[in-house]
Design a protein around this ligand. Structure first.
Ligand SMILES: Cc1ncc(COP(=O)(O)O)c(C=O)c1O
Length: 405
């Protein structure tokens, strides 16, 4: 009789998955207030209040709301004057929007490898990718984990480059006690439905730089600057008062959620750290808050006896545990090397960079657990660990059973 659910056995966990989004009475009250009021458009009091609160929460002076976390990167580039003919260094281990936003802006993405111990852009690889056309480095805080910000700040100073943070997944993350946005010229956050601070769809731009903030507000004001003149090519990319209201009430819940996720992540670190077929990501004491949009860890390929990452993880999922495989390197996506993308940037996009760590990690090792599960109980975390152990201990079934064929 097979033991693994994938091969016909009984799943380890039958409880329902933990869902997202989580709505509160405060969300409903806030939405009702907006509904009963007369101002539903972008730019109202609700939005202003939220931006002030969120900027303070993130340790910067300026916060802007925009349509989503893709447009936010395009707007950052536009406000910085980075565009056609310029290059920006990005990791390949990210969501496609980190790259499509550059291409939309006419910027050539240049891919640099990740650090296999953290799954984040490697500062050494980024340095090797700098060319005379490089204008900025954009680490992506994948999974909500801050990249090596001290190293990136130094690198940008050394070469006169701008540091942009793609913190789409890192709302609330802190490095050396300060919000990640403190370290970059401008930082982009996504408030899309799956994110840790959401209003269904939306984006935020954070900065401490007054000149950047003025340039961006002109763009967002239809191009009209403080002097009343059309000083920039602008457009209205704002969110409605309904979305701003949901962001405000969701922000109230965020600190307790961050604490809960961190507690469960520490527990997983400890339990997974005891398994000899798993590795956990390197500890970095400079990361004072990891936002844990994803809990990421790796399987040791050499321990799996030839079973692919895909197959192993699908067997864990069949047990009722929410583990998934992560990104494939974005540079390998046909759309990135397409004729359209090259037309946008006016030249070749190098889609075969030297990225052995990103290739190995994404094909053979990386596993993710989504943030909503980190809001669960210790028993939920135990179910995940036990499902991994069950599949590992019975992995022969995946080789000998129908699954192997
Ligand atoms: C790393 C990263 N960058 C950018 C984005 C784009 O954000 P949005 O979906 O709000 O456009 C996402 C969204 O998933 C993301 O994960």
């Amino acid at each position: 009789m097979p033991v693994l659910a994938k091969c016909g056995g009984t799943p380890l966990r039958s409880k329902k998955p933990l869902g997202w989004t989580v709505a509160s009475e405060r969300d409903r009250e806030g939405l009702r207030e907006v509904y009963d009021g007369s101002f539903w458009a972008p730019g109202g009091e609700k939005e202003k209040e939220f931006c002030e609160e969120f900027a303070a929460f993130s340790d910067v002076k300026h916060c802007f709301t925009v349509a989503n976390g893709t447009v936010s990167i395009q707007l950052i580039l536009r406000a910085l004057g980075i565009g056609y003919g310029d290059e920006v260094i990005v990791p390949p281990y990210t969501f496609i929007a980190s790259v499509s936003s550059l291409i939309y802006a006419g910027v050539t993405p240049v891919f640099a490898d990740i650090d296999p111990e953290t799954f984040q852009l490697s500062p050494a690889a980024a340095e090797r990718a700098i060319t005379p056309r490089t204008k900025a480095i954009m680490p992506v805080y994948v999974g909500g984990r801050p990249a090596d910000l001290d190293a990136f700040v130094k690198l940008c100073e050394k070469y006169g480059l701008v540091l942009i943070g793609d913190a789409a997944q890192a709302v609330g993350a802190k490095y050396c006690g300060r919000g990640v946005a403190h370290y970059a010229k401008a930082t982009s956050i996504s408030c899309q439905n799956s994110k840790n601070l959401t209003c269904g769809e939306g984006g935020l731009i954070l900065s401490d730089d007054d000149a950047f903030a003025e340039s961006l507000s002109t763009i967002l004001n239809g191009g009209v600057g403080k002097d009343g003149k059309t000083g920039a090519i602008g457009c209205d990319f704002g969110i409605s008062a309904f979305q701003a209201s949901v962001l405000s009430s969701q922000l109230e819940a965020l600190p307790a959620q961050i604490e809960k996720r961190s507690g469960n992540a520490a527990y997983l670190d400890r339990r997974l750290g005891e398994l000899d077929f798993v590795y956990t990501l390197a500890n970095d004491p400079k990361i004072t808050v990891n936002a844990y949009h994803l809990y990421m860890f790796g399987l040791k390929e050499e321990k799996l006896g030839g079973i692919s990452l895909e197959r192993f993880v699908s067997a864990v999922r069949a047990e009722g545990a929410p583990v998934s495989t992560g990104y494939k390197p974005v540079c390998t996506f046909p759309c990135v090397g397409s004729a359209y993308a090259e037309k946008c940037v006016g030249g070749k996009i190098y889609t075969h960079p030297f990225i052995p760590a990103a290739e190995r990690v994404s094909a053979h090792e990386a596993c993710w657990i989504y943030q909503s599960w980190l809001l669960g109980s210790k028993e939920d975390m135990d179910d995940i660990v036990n499902a991994l152990v069950k599949v590992y201990e019975n992995r022969k079934e995946l080789i000998e059973g129908g699954e192997a064929k």
